[in-house]
Write a protein that binds this ligand. Structure first.
Ligand SMILES: *Cc1c(COP(=O)(O)O)cnc(C)c1O
Length: 239
């Protein structure tokens, strides 16, 4: 683990995100950087915090729970988003450590998150993950299912759940057209659903990873999730 290397990488990524915003004619600072620290130790997260980063993404609740309980002792304002598929039996821990669950992919998980949030009287932000490419099997498979999930929330069934927008993973391919298509379909779905549910602010579009964030920013991303370009290669399989 190399503190200096992480700081350098982070500065380079932040600079590159700002450049991509400029090139795409986006407002400066309109794209948030989520540093994905899965499979990297607490010390790597602390190095990134030292270099000015505040928001992190983890995809396994158990790993995140141990790591971030330690980190919060010294850095209580660190922000954690869960970005990996969530099992119901992990929801209680997830709502305790995270401020946002980006990988909501079914109505059942919204019900469980609501139940767990109600117990500790905490509200949590969620993004609906939309399956737009073949990178993973995760995510809502259809627009209609996302509509139903938002309607469930809009009808007041989940008062502790705050829908904030959408997340997707583009296919892992060099085919730029396929990647772009995936991002465009998330943006299109988000625009339609925002019109259907004007009482929610569904403006977060979490799309773009180390390999494809520049394309994502061109297509309207408001949050990029970057791991490898900041923390280096992971030793364990990524997903
Ligand atoms: C691992 C992961 C990322 C970060 O991937 P990199 O290629 O390392 O930048 C982003 N989003 C999700 C959902 C992930 O699982």
């Amino acid at each position: 683990m190399d503190t200096e290397r992480i700081a350098e990488n982070l500065n380079r990524v932040v600079e590159s995100v700002r450049n991509a915003e400029r090139k795409a004619g986006r407002k400066e600072g309109s794209v948030k950087l989520l540093a994905v620290s899965k499979f990297h130790p607490a010390e790597a997260v602390i190095a990134a915090i030292g270099a000015g980063q505040s928001a992190f993404g983890e995809n396994r609740v158990q790993e995140a729970y141990e790591k971030f309980n330690k980190i919060y002792e010294d850095f209580p304002s660190a922000e954690l988003h869960i970005i990996g598929t969530l099992q119901k039996n992990k929801a209680a821990r997830a709502v305790r450590i995270a401020s946002c669950i980006e990988s909501v992919d079914r109505l059942g998980i919204i019900e469980e998150l609501e139940k767990q949030c109600a117990k500790i009287d905490k509200s949590i932000d969620i993004l609906l993950e939309y399956h737009t490419g073949e990178a993973s099997k995760a995510g809502f498979l259809s627009y209609e299912n996302m509509y139903e999930a938002l309607r469930y929330c809009a009808e007041g069934n989940a008062p502790h759940i705050v829908p904030k927008g959408f997340m997707t993973m583009a296919p892992f391919t060099d085919d730029e057209i396929a990647v772009r298509k995936s991002f465009v379909s998330l943006r299109d779905a988000s625009e339609k659903l925002q019109k259907e549910f004007p009482s929610f602010d569904l403006t977060t579009l979490s799309m773009g990873m180390s390999a494809d964030y520049k394309i994502a920013i061109e297509e309207g991303s408001t949050e990029v999730r970057i791991g490898t370009a900041i923390f280096g290669e992971r030793e364990t399989a990524a997903l």
